[in-house]
Design a protein. Sequence first.
Length: 449
Amino acid sequence: MTGGAPSPTGSTRSRSSQAEHYPTKNDLLFPAQAKYICPKCNELLRYAVQIKPCGHRVCYPCYKELLLSSEKRCPTDNLQMEPVPAEDDTAFNDEVKALEVRCKYYGDWGCKWEGPVEEFQQHWKEICSYGERMCVNDCGAKFQRRFEKKHMEKDCPKEIVTCPYCDDRHLREDKKEHLQECPKLPLPCPNKCDKKLTLPRNELDHHIDVDCPRTKLKCEFEALGCEHRCSREKMAKHNKSEIINHVKIVYKMMMENKMMLDSHQLKLEEHEKVMKSQEQRIGDLEKIAHSQLIWRIEDYSRKFKEAKAGNNSTLFSPTFTTSKHGYRLCASVCLNGDGKGKGTHMSVFVSVLKGAFDALLKWPFDYRVTFTLLDQAEEVSQRKHIKFSIKPNPCPDNEPFLGKPKMEKNASFGGAKFAKHEEIESRNYIKDDTVFLKINVDCDGLSEP
């Protein structure tokens, strides 16, 4: 019945399914009376209903078609039909169900079933071994029901099967691909060490690497020069027969290693000497680098005028140290002089400052300090630097100058008459309005704490 509408029997069969599993007039054992044949489809009545008002019978599916047609006339007498719902003709349908029919595969096909119409559909759908059906796995195969088990167990590519080796479940069509990777598939040794031996694929590598007597091995002395190769079962014989040669190889390697070690030892000693020399040079350079300061004083003219006017008469240098952990010092300069040199000379001084490592140093400070005003003449050979050197006297009276600082810095000491103004201006001590003052501490005998 089209669209799955209820039939008079209460079923929801579609017309196509009814036709597929319903006997035709050709399936009857005996010729049917005309009353059992539908006047519209000319086949055995299926769920017969009566047309009103004339009372003629048609199949229920045919009745639905007549109601949907434009004329709505009985196919027997051509009378107009009343458009009313069909009523089940139970007694007549029981007569139809009792008619004797045979299986569609009767005779040459092989089926021997005969029975009433009401049992035909069950036989056709569930019992007949000769009825054709499609594979439930949608593999596309069509076969008689009697071959279904064989198809599912042997042939269906879409059937899920279990690997007998690893219990993996996969489609039958994927079996070949699975066996190419199955970890438990028994395989013979590729070295053919035992014709009867088969091992799971995942154990084969271990067998070849550890157990197989025919695996080709390198001599364990290969790294030392023995290039012999043979099967595992023959390697013990090789080691036994070549023991003297192996000892010679080992001895040769030991001697070569000894010569190499001796050579390395000599190079190591040479490197140690170089390192000590470099350490000494670095230490000397550190002393030089830390024990002197070259002070660049720019804008000399303005600062000199300010000093003469009594403003900012003293300039202070950046602090410096005699070594990495040595004395901390600061230089100062009075461009217009100080004390006995005031108004005529440049005066230079140095002060000992409080430092982080004073507790480790020797006191009082008694190292020679040299002040140098650098000549900036372009011709180096023509330069005449002005130098002044002072060697501190560590007597008790000089404690405020040379003793361990108690305040931020000690009193300064140096030379009040370092350089005359006329001398400074006579050469190239001032260039680009800049002078360079070098302060150097003689660190001979000074060692790190």
